[in-house]
Design a protein around this ligand. Structure first.
Ligand code: ZN
Length: 170
């Protein structure tokens, strides 16, 4: 296991579409090492999500978690979860704005509009199909991380550009 270097904005790997992963490769455990490294790296940097391209692996896998405490997840948290080849349908077309940041864009934050409620389809880390509805912060995290698989950075989606701000004092 290893803590990996997180690619920063400007790295080419963050701007290109990542490759699909085959279920049989998940069943064979081919990506187990990558998933362990993603987990270790996310914990090290206190992230709430991390996509494989952010650590230089251009494949369609993301890791995320939702903390149980606080009003962001009143129904309880979500433990660190890997999603492979995720796809979405908007369950609620209404978009809501909230703050986002990104380990690849350190010290910045901005308000980003996202669908409030989505249906997610993906493969689990062992190659099983999964399908679930995600709402509010959960939906936001899944969508933010999955954007990385298409070379999209959250700043690309900001409508209220005046909301872009530093999160630290220089
Ligand atoms: Zn990000």
């Amino acid at each position: 296991m290893a803590i990996l270097k997180v690619m920063k904005l400007g790295a080419e790997v963050l701007r290109r579409p990542a490759a699909e992963i085959e279920a049989k490769d998940l069943r064979r455990g081919r990506f187990k090492g990558l998933f362990e490294d993603l987990r270790e790296t996310m914990v090290e940097y206190s992230g709430t999500g991390l996509a494989a391209p952010q650590v230089g692996s251009p494949v369609r896998a993301v890791l995320y978690m939702v903390e149980a405490a606080g009003k962001r997840s009143p129904l309880g948290g979500i433990p660190p979860t890997i999603l492979v080849n995720p796809s979405f349908e908007a369950e609620d077309p209404k978009e809501v704005e909230d703050w986002e940041g990104c380990l690849s864009v350190p010290f910045l934050s901005a308000r980003v509009p996202r669908p409030r409620k989505i249906l997610v389809r993906a493969l689990s880390e062992t190659g099983k199909p999964v399908e679930f509805v995600a709402e509010d912060f959960h939906a936001r995290v899944v969508l933010h991380e999955s954007d990385h698989l298409d070379g999209v950075i959250y700043l690309d989606r900001v409508k209220d550009r005046a909301s872009i701000r530093y999160t630290i004092d220089f």
